[in-house]
Design a protein around this ligand. Structure first.
Ligand SMILES: [Zn+2]
Length: 305
C-alpha cells in the first residue's frame, strides 16, 4: 500500500495490572483496565524507523515458556481476549436484517449530538430514521468483558499460529518452486482470513484531524495482529529475521539485513573479532613453522608424554 494513502487506523483494547495464578494471567477486578489503541503499535513500511517494530513481532519476541515474560507482555498490551466471548448476536444482522424487527428506541438518538436531537434537524424523515435505526444494532462495539483470564496455553498457541503465518509468508516469498509457493500462499490466505473474522471496520469521524478514519472493532488482540500482518504481507516491506538477535521485523529496504543499527554494529564487531582471531591463529602457526625442527621435536615430545 502506498505510504501516503495509508489510512489512519484506530481500535480499542484494554490493559492493566496483571497477576500470575496457576498458569493463568489475570487482570484483577479491583484494578481498572485502561483503554488504548493497539494500532499505535503498528508501523507500516516507510512510516517508521527499523527499531519501531509492530505488535505481531513484539508478540513473537515473548518467551512463552516463561510465565513472567508472558505477564510482562500482557501488562503492556493486555490479555489476548477470550475467544469463547467472541460472539456478537448482531454481527450477521447486517447481512439479513429481519424486516419486522422493532427498532430499539433512542438507540440512534444517543449518537446524535445534543444540539440536534430532532431528526428533522438532520434532514431525515421518520421513515429514513427507522431504516437507519434497524441497522444500528450490527454496529455494536466489543467491550472489555473480552479481557477474561488468559491461560498460558492459549498464549502459546496464538503465538505459534502467528509464527506459522510469518514463516509461511517468508517461505512462499523465498521459494523458487512456483507450485509450492502457490500452495503456501493459498494456505496462508485461508489461515489469515479466518483470523480476520475477529476484526471489523467501522467508519469513524476523527474530529481532531477533521477526517474520516477507519476504526477497527477488535474482538481479540490477536485479530488486530493479523490485520497488521495482512498489511505487511501486502506491503512492499519484507518480514525478516535479524541475523544477530533473531527477532522478526519489517525490512524497510531491499538490502536491509539487521533489525537495528545496534545489531548491525554488533555483527560487524563480531566479524572483525573473528577475522582477527583467525589472523592471530595464522600468525601462531606460521611462528611454529618458522620454529622448524624445534617445533616438530616439541610436538613429538608432547605426543609421547
Ligand atoms: Zn537485531
Amino acid at each position: 500500500m502506498d505510504d501516503a494513502t495509508f489510512p489512519k487506523f484506530e481500535g480499542v483494547w484494554w490493559r492493566g495490572k496483571v497477576e500470575v495464578d496457576r498458569g493463568f494471567i489475570i487482570e484483577p477486578v479491583e484494578e481498572e483496565l485502561i483503554q488504548y489503541n493497539p494500532f499505535d503499535f503498528y508501523f507500516p513500511q516507510g512510516k517508521a524507523t527499523r527499531e519501531q517494530r509492530s505488535l505481531p513481532y513484539l508478540f513473537l519476541d515473548v518467551n512463552a515458556d516463561n510465565i513472567e515474560d508472558v505477564a510482562a507482555f500482557s501488562q503492556r498490551f493486555g490479555v489476548l481476549g477470550d475467544e469463547k466471548k467472541f460472539r456478537n448476536p448482531n454481527w450477521f444482522k447486517t447481512l439479513f436484517p429481519p424486516p419486522d424487527e422493532t427498532p430499539k428506541e433512542g438507540l440512534l438518538l444517543m449518537k446524535i449530538p445534543p444540539e440536534t436531537q430532532r431528526i428533522e434537524d438532520l434532514g431525515l424523515t421518520a421513515e429514513d430514521f427507522l431504516r437507519i435505526q434497524r441497522w444500528t444494532p450490527s454496529g455494536q462495539t466489543p467491550d472489555k468483558d473480552l479481557c477474561a483470564p488468559m491461560q498460558i496455553g492459549t498464549f502459546k498457541n496464538a503465538q505459534q499460529a502467528i509464527r506459522i503465518a510469518v514463516d509461511l509468508h517468508r517461505a512462499s516469498t523465498e521459494s523458487s518452486d512456483r507450485v509450492k509457493a502457490e500452495a503456501m500462499r493459498s494456505l496462508l490466505g485461508t489461515m489469515i482470513s479466518g483470523k480476520l473474522a475477529a476484526v471489523r471496520p467501522r467508519l469513524a469521524w476523527d474530529s481532531l484531524s477533521q477526517q474520516w478514519i477507519t476504526h477497527w472493532d477488535t474482538w481479540s488482540l490477536v485479530g488486530a495482529m493479523y490485520l497488521m500482518l495482512l498489511f505487511d504481507i501486502q506491503g512492499r516491506g519484507n518480514i525478516l529475521t535479524c541475523p544477530w538477535c533473531k527477532r522478526f521485523f519489517l525490512g524497510d529496504h531491499s538490502r536491509t539485513q539487521y533489525c537495528s543499527p545496534n545489531c548491525q554494529n554488533s555483527a560487524k564487531v563480531n566479524r572483525y573479532r573473528k577475522r582477527m582471531s583467525v589472523q592471530e591463529g595464522k600468525k601462531e602457526t606460521s611462528k611454529k613453522k618458522k620454529g622448524g625442527t624445534d617445533g616438530k621435536k616439541k610436538q613429538r615430545e608432547s605426543r609421547t608424554v
